[in-house]
Design a protein around this ligand. Structure first.
Ligand code: PEP
Length: 247
């Protein structure tokens, strides 16, 4: 089965009602590659606004979801609340949550389990720090993150993997095509050996880290790069060029 090209936009904690509406209007009016699946993740406060104004065909993701049902969890958002609001996706395990908010591999895996079992598709992020790369541990770090999530989930149909080297996020330092392809191929190999051949063949693996309108086409041509998770550039008009990178 061919893997449909996928582009996610992670607004992070950016934007105002006015600027988010402008991004939505830009996407609504743009000519987007019909062969690319597009999902945008505004801050939680703007999820409903975006869902209401965004044209059909573009999906909306939360940037996080909690792994407990509704209840006394101040500040958190549940799977059922997302579904109630028409939001069917969540980013999980973004490196900013892993590092700044100290989410462990296990917490990320638990959230991924609860989300996927509850009907929320997940953009599951992994990636190494600069120190881990320079000490030659990139693949073992990624494999550890994969092992934690694979221990908790059975159904990979609603999971998209985003490989995001931490040193490339928001830094303007994009991984080379070879560096990205090498890790993507290693992720696929790991899935084949540890989950199944089908999951390895069908799961989309996105690259994230300083992707922009200029570098996206070269990356998109690589065999194991099935799309992008985009931070900074998803707030700009060039996001459309990234969505259309596979044309
Ligand atoms: C991200 O936050 O997922 C990301 C890849 O950010 P940027 O594109 O800004 O590097």
């Amino acid at each position: 089965m061919a893997r449909k090209f996928f582009v996610g936009g992670n607004f992070k904690m950016n934007g105002t009602i006015e600027s988010v509406k402008a991004i939505v209007n830009n996407l609504n009016e743009a000519k987007l590659d019909p062969n690319t699946e597009v999902v945008i993740a505004p801050p939680a406060l703007y999820l409903l606004l975006v869902r209401e104004h965004l044209k059909n065909g573009i999906q909306v993701a939360a940037q996080n979801v909690f792994d407990k049902p509704n209840g006394a969890y101040t500040g958190e958002i549940s799977v059922s609340q997302l579904k109630d609001s028409g939001i069917n996706w969540s980013i999980l395990g973004h490196s900013e949550r892993r590092t700044i908010l100290k989410e462990s591999d296990e917490v990320v895996a638990s959230k991924t389990k609860v989300a996927t079992e509850g009907g929320i598709s997940v953009i599951w992020c992994c990636g190494e720090s600069l120190e881990e790369r320079e000490s030659g541990n990139t693949i073992s770090v990624i494999e550890g993150q994969l092992a934690a999530v694979a221990a908790k989930i059975d159904n990979w149909k609603n999971v998209v993997i985003a490989y995001e080297p931490i040193w490339a996020i928001g830094t303007g330092k994009v991984a080379t095509v070879q560096q990205a392809q090498e890790v993507h191929a290693a992720i696929r190999k790991w899935l084949k050996a540890n989950v199944s051949e089908t999951v390895a063949a069908e799961t989309r693996i996105l690259y994230g880290g300083s992707v922009n309108g200029k570098n996206c086409k070269e990356l998109a041509h690589e065999e194991d790069i099935d799309g992008f998770l985009v931070g900074g550039a998803s707030l700009k008009p060039e996001f459309v060029d990234i969505i259309n990178a596979n044309q």
